[in-house]
Each structure stands twice: as C-alpha cells, then as structure tokens.
Ligand binder design. Structure first.
Ligand code: NDP
Ligand code: 8X3
Length: 256
C-alpha cells in the first residue's frame, strides 16, 4: 500500500451515490474501503477499481444495522487500513410511502435502524481511529427530507432530520479532535432509491422522475469530492443540492 495515498471509507458503495463516489475517488488516486450488504457487487467493484485505477481497495460486506458486526469489522481492520481520512456515511434507504396511521412497522424499523442507528454504529467505530490521528473528515448523507417533511414521508423524513441533528452534534463533539463534519442533503436523484422505496415496483419508481431531469449519482459524487478537497482550514458544514426542476420537497416543475 502506498503511504502517500489517502483512504476513504464509503458505506453503501454497492449502488447509487456510494458507488459513484467510490469510482470518482479511485479515479483520483484514493484508496478505498467500500461497504454494503451485497458482497458479489462489492467484490466486482473492488476488482474493477483496482485494475482500472491501480488503487488499493478493501471491500467489507456487512449490515450497518448489526452493531456487533460493525464493531467486529472495524475492530479487526488490517493495520494498513486503520488510517481512514474520510468516512462517508451514505448507506440508507426509504421503505414505503404511506400515511402514518397506515405505516408498516417493519419499514419504520428498517429506516430507523439503517439511517440513524447504522450511521451511529459506523461513526462510533471509525471516529476514534480519526481521533487518534488528530485528523479526519466525516460526510453524512442527509436529504432534503431532513430539512422539510412531505406527505407520507413521515418516518423517512424523521430519520433524515436525525441525520441533520447528528451532523451538527458530531461537529461540536469532534471539533477538539480536528475532525471535520459535513452534511450533504440532496433532493431527487435517480438511483436505486425509489426502486427500494417501492419494493421493486419499477413503474412506480420511474414515475417519481417523470418530466424532470433528476440529479445523478455522479452529481453527488462530485459534490462529495469537492467538499472533501477544500483546504485544511475550510469546512463545508451543510449543503443542500437539488435538481434545477425542484424548489422544495413538493415543488417540482415537471414541464421542462
Ligand atoms: P441506492 O439504493 O442506490 O443505494 C443505497 C446503498 O445503501 C446501497 O449501496 C445499499 O447497499 C446500502 N445499504 C442500504 N441498507 C444497508 C444496510 N442495512 N447495511 C449496509 N448497507 C446498506 O440509494 P442512493 O444512492 O440514492 O442512497 C444513498 C443515500 O442517499 C441514502 O442514505 C439515501 O437516503 C440518501 N438520499 C438519496 C436521495 C435520492 O433521491 N436518491 C436523495 C437524498 C438522500 P446493499 O443493498 O448492498 O446493502
Ligand atoms: C430522498 C429524497 O425527498 O424524495 O432523500 O425522499 S426525497
């Protein structure tokens, strides 16, 4: 492993924002730790990035909802992977879209356990590694749903409001340890997000983006890359990034 290269850890790198971010950082010479549940996808990405860009890549398949697994994985990192410069807390999802009185409790548990508790477990494991080096940068992927609420978005919006609050709290707690903390809060972006939200219903997923040009995963990757590559004395605290066709969660111009 080349000592001069920096290392980024990206949760949820098997698809969407996380995958595009892994590709962009690898193209710029960063070493990567990529995580997600889908092992085969991660191993394929690991091989592709290593071969194409000559960087070191470690893929780790685990579920961020499992506190014990998260602790074990990061407690047993090979020594050469302990110097993590950037953590992108990206793994997350929406499950379902229903009024509160009709919500599915399993969906609620999955969103809370992944988007809030998973982010906490990974941060709890990785922040001390940064603290010991007196440097680091944590980028939390929030959402416009963490700034506003919209009909039927209830629990997903609540989890992203929690990410918004935790980002501010983490920035305060980690300030003495020279660890930057940033939130990126995207609006509508076409990834596997809506397919997951609507449990594989491609028609419903596609309809979300009808008549607009949504953000792409690459747009978010570029944003993360820019944020992480500011000079040492600069931190971007919070960034809301929307498609030009979207002014708020519910104000969308579908007649472009
Ligand atoms: P995708 O569905 O394309 O990717 C989600 C990623 O999260 C996958 O790699 C998935 O991997 C991983 N993931 C989900 N659950 C778990 C879990 N329990 N353990 C480990 N990894 C998990 O969606 P996006 O790229 O769009 O979403 C990324 C983040 O961005 C999420 O936090 C989402 O809430 C947020 N976001 C998305 C927006 C959008 O419109 N697309 C807008 C604003 C924010 P695997 O399935 O292999 O575990
Ligand atoms: C995903 C964007 O607001 O469409 O976080 O649910 S939203």
């Amino acid at each position: 492993m080349t000592a001069t290269k920096k290392t980024i850890l990206i949760t949820g790198a098997s698809a969407g924002f996380g995958k595009a971010t892994a590709e962009l950082f690898a193209a710029n010479g960063w070493n990567l730790i990529i995580t997600g549940r889908r092992k085969v996808r991660l191993e394929l990405l690991e091989r592709q990035l290593r071969e194409k860009f000559g960087v070191n890549v470690l893929s780790l398949a685990f579920d961020v909802r499992n506190a014990a697994d998260v602790k074990t994985v990061f407690g047993n990192l090979p020594a050469e992977w302990n110097s993590i410069d950037v953590l992108v807390n990206n793994a997350g999802l929406a499950a379902g879209l229903a009024p509160i009185q009709e919500g599915t409790i399993d969906d609620w548990e999955q969103m809370i356990d992944t988007n809030v508790k998973g982010l906490l477990y990974v941060t709890r494991a990785v922040a001390p590694l940064m603290q010991s080096r007196r440097q680091g940068h944590i980028v939390n992927i929030g959402s416009i749903a963490g700034k506003e609420v919209y009909a039927n978005g209830n629990v997903y919006c609540a989890t992203k409001h929690a990410v918004d609050a935790l980002t501010k709290a983490m920035r305060i707690d980690l300030l003495p340890h020279h660890i930057k903390v940033t939130q990126i809060a995207p609006g509508m972006a076409e990834t596997e997000f809506s397919l997951v939200r609507f449990k594989g219903d491609e028609h419903r997923a596609k309809a979300v983006y009808t008549g607009i040009q949504p953000l792409t995963a690459e747009d978010i990757a570029e944003t993360i890359f820019w944020v992480v590559n500011r000079p040492a004395h600069v931190n971007i605290n919070d960034m809301v990034i929307m498609p030009a066709a979207q002014a708020s969660s519910t104000n969308v111009n579908r007649h472009q």
